[in-house]
Design a protein. Structure first.
Length: 224
């Protein structure tokens, strides 16, 4: 099932709340790239791109795109004051040395113990795993943005991933179109539920048991 743009904005807006002043954050391809649009200007943050930019900014206005500036997914970006440019080797050195405070990325499946599967569906051609393994292993916090269910309505948050793993025990939080779930030593904690869904809806579409410590979040329309 496809995801409407308002739901994508809602997820990106919620993920932006996890960013605190002074962080260095990597944004993955897809919905995560929208997160930069929802970080207030009063929150100093440096966004990292694997193609060699530190200090990316919000998406440019239509017609204001610079053909020489893009993120790792090839989409137009802006850059903040003080941004720096470097080659991909240096970009990956930043990741491998553990200099990222957070990475926000998509996923195919997440397990109750925080295992991540996000790079391949067996039998389908894919361009490769990219930097996902290193980001998942080395970032200080891993936040996942994804649909709560697959196209057939099956849960994507599972007791155990059925797809090949990207990294084991790396995910800290999952933000879906239905809810915000924290992965902790106690288990999966349901922190927030997005209308029009209920706690019962989230339980039904989540394979593992959930610990309920949740808040209902009022919907907001559009971008900032």
């Amino acid at each position: 099932m496809g995801m409407g743009k308002e739901i994508r904005y809602q997820m990106a807006r919620r993920a932006a709340r996890e960013i605190t002043p002074g962080m260095v954050v990597n944004l993955g391809i897809g919905i995560p790239t929208l997160v930069a649009d929802y970080v207030p200007e009063t929150v100093p943050v440096m966004f990292h791109a694997e193609n060699g930019v530190l200090g990316t900014g919000p998406s440019p206005a239509a017609g204001k795109e610079n053909p020489h500036l893009c993120n790792a997914g090839g989409f137009p970006i802006t850059v903040a004051r003080g941004a720096s440019y470097f080659d991909s080797a240096t970009a990956f050195a930043v990741i491998r040395r553990g200099k990222l405070d957070m990475t926000i990325m998509g996923a195919l499946q997440v397990s109750e113990s925080g295992d991540l599967a996000n790079w391949i569906v067996p039998g389908k051609r894919v361009p490769g795993m990219g930097g996902a393994i290193e980001l998942a292993e080395k970032a200080g916090k891993v936040v996942i943005l994804m649909n709560h269910t697959d196209k057939e309505g099956n849960p994507k948050i599972l007791r155990n991933c059925s797809l090949p793993l990207t990294a084991a025990g790396c995910v800290n939080m999952v933000i879906t179109d239905m809810a915000v779930i924290e992965i902790s030593p106690r288990g999966l904690i349901l922190k927030e539920v997005f209308p029009p869904f209920t706690i019962e809806d989230v339980r039904e579409k989540t394979e593992p048991d959930l610990i309920t410590e949740y808040t209902v979040i009022a919907p907001q329309e559009g971008k900032l």
